[in-house]
Design a protein around this ligand. Sequence first.
Ligand code: SME
Length: 156
Amino acid sequence: MPFESLKPKVVALLANQEQTLTKKLTAVCQLLKQSIDYYNWVGFYFKNGDKEELKLKAFAGEPTDHVIIPFGKGICGQVAVSNQNFVVPDVKAQDNYIACSLDVKAEVVIPLFVAGENIGQIDIDSHTVDPFSKADEDFLTFVNQSVAQIIKKKDF
Ligand code: SME
């Protein structure tokens, strides 16, 4: 697992003062997708203003139709209200799931907290069944904490 070697790279991409937040997040998505073979789509969703919905802000992988996701809908929408990590080893076993691609077999969504508030999430889709371990959850939590350090609530 390249997680330990990826951590300083994530921090460095987020520290790039030349780039907008969206470009920095896109660079992080690209790094993760390129570096981990079972990460086939990587994206950041954030709460869309005062609305009870998520909006896609940055991603790497195939474009998705699901740019807006209402709270409670799909894996992402459930994490928006539960504030808990959601690891899905097999998406076929989920009733409340929004399919982006028939190739996707598994998904993990980790909430992103700023000042204790769940303001967004990182979402990983995989074409491999049951690929995610506690190490993925810990790494993605680190990524989200790193993002939280460079953003302020007013950005969203
Ligand atoms: N599968 C997600 C929707 C977002 S796509 O994976 C990009 C869900 O069920 O919330």
